[in-house]
Write a protein that binds this ligand. Structure first.
Ligand code: PLP
Length: 443
């Protein structure tokens, strides 16, 4: 029996021994096409020479220096590179070791900002149902994933949850996409008025929802309205780009495509591309200046924040994305993936929706296409698809989401940006076979 405390106590795991490009190899030499980048992490694939060299150089020079004693050139340069590219006045980067840490830091910074302004009564967050912002208690509290929250509910800080922007499921037949977006955005205003806007710290949302809803984009006008409501009631807007950021949807920051500015943005997965654990919270001038001119100290911190090796790795990732034109591949390869998915699954009796942006795409699975009835959660369709895909040498990311109390299924695809057309063919072929094998076992 393994002494490693794995996520699932009774599911044996293969041993990963090597990575090369878009493939991971197990202990038997079997190749797995990484169609999900792990969990939308490995944007450069698994053996990028420039990142490996940068990591070696940094470890040889200085692996780590505690952030309360020193900054490093790599941290300073990485922060400048990120803030040069971030929309609006997101000019202050706080480096962490992952996505949940970035979200925790964002929640705490937002609260401290109001405390420093004397607005102590602001104590709650508003987020959306069917969202995931991390597994630490603060991040779990804002997340709207009922299943993940359930065992810990009594420990979670107050948060309200409004509807996600989920046109495939919730748009009324007589409603335009735009009107639908306005209606669900207006739920934020209703929620604020119910709880008292003066008690709310921030609204938290993923610009493109990843794990819990499967590459779910908002309809046009939704985020503009959300920003208007936040401004009207003096509530901050925290955009969680841990999964959808760092080029995954075609632009370095996903919310660039929504034409709005955020008060805080969190990024993680693609920032380190899997070469080092890293996350970041990027805050606006207003937030930073309030604390700098107030207490002068953000009451937070972690031992490994701004870890020099992680900084060097991430800087090399950004170099690869921009200088090697890897980011520029996301939209054309995303179109190539989408056209294959549509060709293969548009008529599939159990694929209800095919959606996404850039190389962040998903199939939503339904038992019945007409009624959109999901598969029974007890079917464990998600784990069956994962097993069938792994048997075929494919890593994809099937999930059981939450649909208004019922659980539905989707498969998230987030391959490395270096994926080629022939590898997309392999992906689509194997995905189709895995899906049909898994569905045949449950109907
Ligand atoms: N936020 C979002 C949107 C995520 O998708 C995730 C992880 O999947 C997190 C936060 C938490 O990140 P981590 O697993 O690195 O703690």
């Amino acid at each position: 029996m393994s002494q490693v405390f794995h996520r699932h106590c009774h599911t044996p795991l293969r041993t990963a021994v090597r990575g090369d490009g878009v493939y991971i190899y197990d202990q038997n030499g079997k190749a797995y096409l990484d169609a999900s980048g792990g969990a939308a992490v490995s944007c450069l694939g698994h053996s990028h020479a420039g990142v490996r060299a940068a990591l070696h150089r940094q470890i040889d020079q200085l692996a780590y220096a505690h952030s309360s004693f020193f900054t490093t050139d790599v941290a300073e340069t990485l922060a400048t590179r990120l803030t040069d590219r971030a929309p609006g006045d997101l000019n202050h980067v706080y480096f962490l070791s992952g996505g949940s840490e970035a979200v925790e830091a964002a929640l705490k910074l937002a609260r401290q900002y109001f405390v420093e302004r004397g607005e102590h009564q602001r104590v709650r967050f508003i987020a959306r149902r069917q969202s995931y912002h991390g597994n630490t208690l603060g991040a779990l509290a804002v997340g709207g994933n009922a299943w993940r929250r359930a065992p810990f509910a009594p420990l979670l800080t107050p948060a309200e949850h409004i509807a996600p922007c989920y046109a495939y499921r919730d748009r009324r037949p007589d409603e335009t996409l735009f009107d639908y977006g306005q209606r669900v955005a207006n739920e934020l205003e209703q929620s604020l008025l119910t709880v008292g806007p003066e008690t709310v710290i921030a609204f938290v949302a993923e610009p493109v929802v990843g794990a819990t809803a499967g590459a779910l984009t908002a309809v046009e006008g939704y985020y503009t309205r959300i920003r208007e409501i936040c401004d009207r009631y003096g509530v901050l807007l925290i955009l969680d780009e841990v999964m959808c950021g760092m080029g995954r949807t075609g632009t370095l920051f996903a919310h660039e495509q929504e034409g709005i500015h955020a008060d805080i943005v969190t990024v993680a997965k693609g920032l380190g591309a899997g070469y080092q654990p890293i996350g970041a919270m990027i805050a606006s001038d207003t937030l930073y200046d309030t604390i700098a001119d107030g207490s002068g100290f953000f009451q937070h911190g972690h031992t490994y924040m701004a870890h020099a090796t992680a900084m060097a790795g991430s800087l090399a990732v950004l170099d690869a994305l921009e200088q090697e034109q890897i980011l520029a591949r996301v939209n054309p390869m995303g179109e190539a993936l989408m056209s294959r998915l549509k060709a293969r699954f548009a008529e599939h009796p159990h694929v209800g929706d095919i959606r996404g942006r850039g190389l962040f795409q998903a199939l939503e699975l339904v038992f019945d296409r007409e009624t959109k009835r999901p598969f029974d959660p007890r079917s464990k369709l998600d784990s069956r698809i994962k097993s069938a895909a792994m048997a075929l040498g494919l890593m994809c990311y099937p999930m059981a989401g939450t649909i208004d109390g019922h659980r539905g299924h989707h498969i998230l695809l987030a391959p490395p940006f270096i994926i080629t057309e022939s590898q997309l063919d392999e992906l689509t072929d194997k995905l189709a076979e895995a899906l049909d094998t898994a569905i045949a076992a449950v109907i």
